[in-house]
Design a protein around this ligand. Structure first.
Ligand SMILES: Cc1cc2nc3c(=O)[nH]c(=O)nc-3n(C[C@H](O)[C@H](O)[C@H](O)COP(=O)(O)OP(=O)(O)OC[C@H]3O[C@@H](n4cnc5c(N)ncnc54)[C@H](O)[C@@H]3O)c2cc1C
Length: 430
C-alpha cells in the first residue's frame, strides 16, 4: 500500500486522507499550525450536500444553519436585486467543520502532525517523492508515494515544483480577492431586510462588501479586487455604521485580513507523485470565492482515482482526477469565470448602468446556472454603451472559444497534448 503525505490541513486534503486511510493506506498529515488554531472564526456558506458529495458521514445534528435571504445593492445604492436563491446552500461554523473533519481523520487512522512547517517538495527524477518539513529547529525529509498538496493558495509545495511540470505556481494580482472580515456586536434588537446585503463597489472601491445582520451580531466583509488597505476597511466600516446605527464597535469574532483565489481552477495540478486539491489548485468559484464544497468533493475524486488505480500514483492516473475536476469546472465555473473577467473591466458607473437598464437582473444574480452571460452581453450590446465595447468584444471572443476548450481537454495524459490544451485554456481565461 502506498504511503500518502498530506501537506496542510486543507479541507480537500483531509477528505482524501480520511478516504484513503479507511482503505488501509498509511496517511500522515503535516500542518504548520496548532490544532486549535485551525478554521476561520466565522460562518461560511456551503452546499447542503457537502458531506454526501465528499463521501463522508453526516455531521452531528445542528451543525448546518439556514442561509439568510439576500439582496445585491448597486454601487449608487439606488437599486436592490433580490435573487431567487434555492435552499441548496446553508451556513456552517468553520471551526466546527474543521474539528469534525479532524475527528473523522483520527478515527480513520490518519496520523495528524501539528506544528510541522512544510518548506518545499522533494523532487527526484521528475517525480515528487516527499516533503521537507521543519519542526522547531529540526528539518527533515519525509518520503511518500503520493504528496497531496492541501496547503492553500500560498502552498510552498506547489511553488517549489520545477517549471517542467507545467503547473501554474503563482497567482496574478487580479486573481486574488483581498478581504477583511469581522463580527461586531448589536446595540439594538433591529434587523435589515433582507438580513444579507451584498454591496458592489462599496464607496467606489472595485470590490464587493457584505453585511449580514444576525440575531446578536453584525457580520461584515470588506473585499477588494486589486488589494485592500486598512483605510479602505475603515471607510467601509464607517459607512456601515451610518447605514446600520445598531452596529456596535465591539469586535466579537474574526477581525483580520485574508485572501481568496478568485479565478478558475489551475488547468494542470498533478504530476508523478503529486496532486493539489482546494485552494492550492485555485479551486474556488470565480465569482463568489467559495471553495469549501469544491475542495471537499475534489478530495473524494482524488481518493477515488488512486483507489481505482490500486494505489498507482503516476501522472497518468492522477490526470483522471485533474480531467474530471476541470470538466466539473466546465459545468459550474466557466461562465462565472468569464463574467469575472468582464466585471473586472467595469467601473462603478458601468455597474449602476447595468442595474438601471435591467441588464443585470435578479435572474442573472440568482444561484449558479442563473447567469446567462450571452444574454447579458446581447442586452448590453443592444444598448451600445461605447465605453463597454472593448470588454464586451473580448468577452464575446472568449465565449466563442469556450467550446474548443471543453472538447480539446485530453482524455488520457500525454505531456504534449496537455501542454497544448493548457495554452488554449489560458488564452480563454487570462
Ligand atoms: C473571508 C473569507 C470568506 C470565505 N467564505 C467562504 C464561503 O462562504 N464558502 C466557501 O466555500 N468558501 C469560503 N471562503 C474560501 C475558503 O476559505 C477556501 O476556498 C477553502 O478554505 C478551501 O481552501 P483549502 O482548504 O484548500 O485551504 P486552506 O483553508 O487555506 O487550508 C490550508 C492549510 O494548510 C496549512 N498550511 C499552509 N502552509 C503550510 C505549510 N508551509 N506547512 C504546513 N501547513 C501549511 C494552513 O495552515 C491551512 O491549515 C472564504 C474565504 C475567506 C478568506
Amino acid at each position: 500500500m502506498p504511503n500518502v503525505l498530506i501537506a496542510g490541513a486543507g479541507h480537500g486534503g483531509l477528505v482524501a486522507a480520511i478516504l484513503l486511510a479507511k482503505q488501509g493506506y498509511t496517511v500522515k498529515l503535516y500542518e504548520k499550525r496548532k490544532r486549535e488554531a485551525l478554521g476561520y472564526d466565522w460562518h461560511d456558506a456551503v452546499p447542503r450536500r457537502l458531506f454526501e458529495n465528499a463521501g463522508l458521514p453526516e455531521p452531528p445534528e445542528g451543525m448546518f444553519l439556514p442561509a439568510d435571504r439576500m439582496a445585491y445593492y448597486s454601487p449608487a445604492k439606488q437599486i436592490k436585486l433580490y435573487p431567487d436563491v434555492e435552499p441548496t446552500f446553508c451556513m456552517i461554523d468553520r471551526k466546527e467543520l474543521m474539528a469534525y473533519l479532524l475527528s473523522l481523520a483520527e478515527e480513520s487512522g490518519v496520523q495528524l502532525l501539528f506544528e510541522r512547517e512544510i518548506l518545499s517538495a522533494v523532487v527526484d527524477g521528475g517525480r515528487v517523492t516527499g516533503l521537507r518539513v521543519r519542526s522547531g529547529d529540526d528539518t527533515q525529509i519525509v518520503n511518500g508515494d503520493l504528496v497531496v498538496d492541501a496547503a492553500g493558495m500560498d502552498s510552498p509545495v506547489r511553488r517549489s515544483l520545477p517549471a517542467r511540470f507545467g503547473i501554474d505556481r503563482e497567482l496574478r494580482g487580479g486573481d486574488i480577492f483581498y478581504t477583511w472580515r469581522g463580527y461586531f456586536d448589536k446595540t439594538a434588537d433591529e434587523f435589515s431586510d433582507p438580513p444579507y446585503i451584498v454591496y458592489f463597489f462599496h464607496n467606489g472601491v472595485p470590490g464587493m462588501d457584505w453585511m449580514i445582520t444576525g440575531e446578536d451580531f453584525m457580520d461584515v466583509l470588506v473585499g477588494g479586487f486589486g488589494g485592500l488597505s486598512k483605510a479602505q476597511v475603515e471607510a467601509s466600516l464607517n459607512d456601515f455604521h451610518k447605514e446600520y446605527p445598531y452596529m456596535g464597535d465591539r469586535l466579537l469574532r474574526g477581525g483580520h485580513f485574508a485572501r481568496i483565489p478568485l479565478r478558475g481552477h489551475a488547468p494542470v495540478f498533478v504530476a508523478d507523485g503529486y496532486a493539489a486539491v482546494g485552494d492550492s489548485a485555485f479551486m474556488t468559484e470565480p465569482l463568489s470565492g467559495s471553495g469549501i464544497g469544491l475542495s471537499m468533493s475534489a478530495g473524494k475524486r482524488l481518493a477515488d482515482a488512486v483507489l481505482e488505480a490500486q494505489g498507482d500514483t503516476s501522472v497518468e492516473t492522477l490526470w483522471r482526477y485533474n480531467r474530471d475536476r476541470i470538466r466539473k469546472g466546465a459545468e459550474c465555473g466557466y461562465f462565472d469565470l468569464l463574467l469575472k473577467n468582464f466585471l473586472s473591466a467595469l467601473k462603478p458607473a458601468d455597474v449602476d448602468f447595468f442595474f438601471e437598464k435591467h441588464i443585470m437582473t435578479a435572474k442573472e444574480m440568482g444561484e449558479r446556472g442563473g447567469y446567462s452571460l450571452p444574454e447579458i452581453l446581447e442586452k448590453a450590446n443592444i444598448l451600445k454603451k461605447p465605453g463597454l465595447m472593448p470588454a464586451l468584444s473580448s468577452t464575446a471572443a472568449r465565449i466563442a472559444m469556450l467550446g474548443r476548450v471543453k472538447s480539446a481537454l485530453p482524455e488520457e495524459y500525454d505531456r504534449k497534448s496537455v501542454a497544448a490544451w493548457k495554452t488554449l485554456y489560458h488564452k480563454v481565461f487570462r
